[in-house]
Design a protein around this ligand. Sequence first.
Ligand SMILES: [Fe+2]
Ligand SMILES: [Fe+2]
Length: 158
Amino acid sequence: MSIDGWTVEKALKVGITMETGAYNLYTETSKKVKNPGSKQLLKELAGDEAKHKVYFETALKDPKKVINEAKGGDLKKVMDLHISDPLKEAPLSPDASYQDTLIFAAKSEQIAVDFYTALSKAYSAHPLGKMWADFAKMEQGHKLKIEKEYDDVVLADN
Ligand SMILES: [Fe+2]
Ligand SMILES: [Fe+2]
């Protein structure tokens, strides 16, 4: 399923929802894990997602400014991102293991990468394209950290 009718506002709103979900996931998991290294990693990731959320919230307060800065009178045109709705993922069960949580987190980061990459392409002619590309890169970095954590902690324990 693809989504039609994306606007800057809608993209920012979906971004805020995704970043909030990621922040909550990392915050809650950081409270549950015992391993100090894991706790530290999860807190760092939560901190990153909180910053991303604030960045989008600030942009959303004045989307006209964002649009003007992007010099994109046509940014409001209907877009088809050719991706699934990033908010349609099944939620994580509350009693999921740390292993399941990391798999879920890596999947969520990949969805974020795909979403921001699609936006960066849709906005490629505008400075906003760089903003979305930067976010895609940061979420890619998160996914790598999660995968490394999976290798270091989950595989080492088994
Ligand atoms: Fe993020
Ligand atoms: Fe992330």
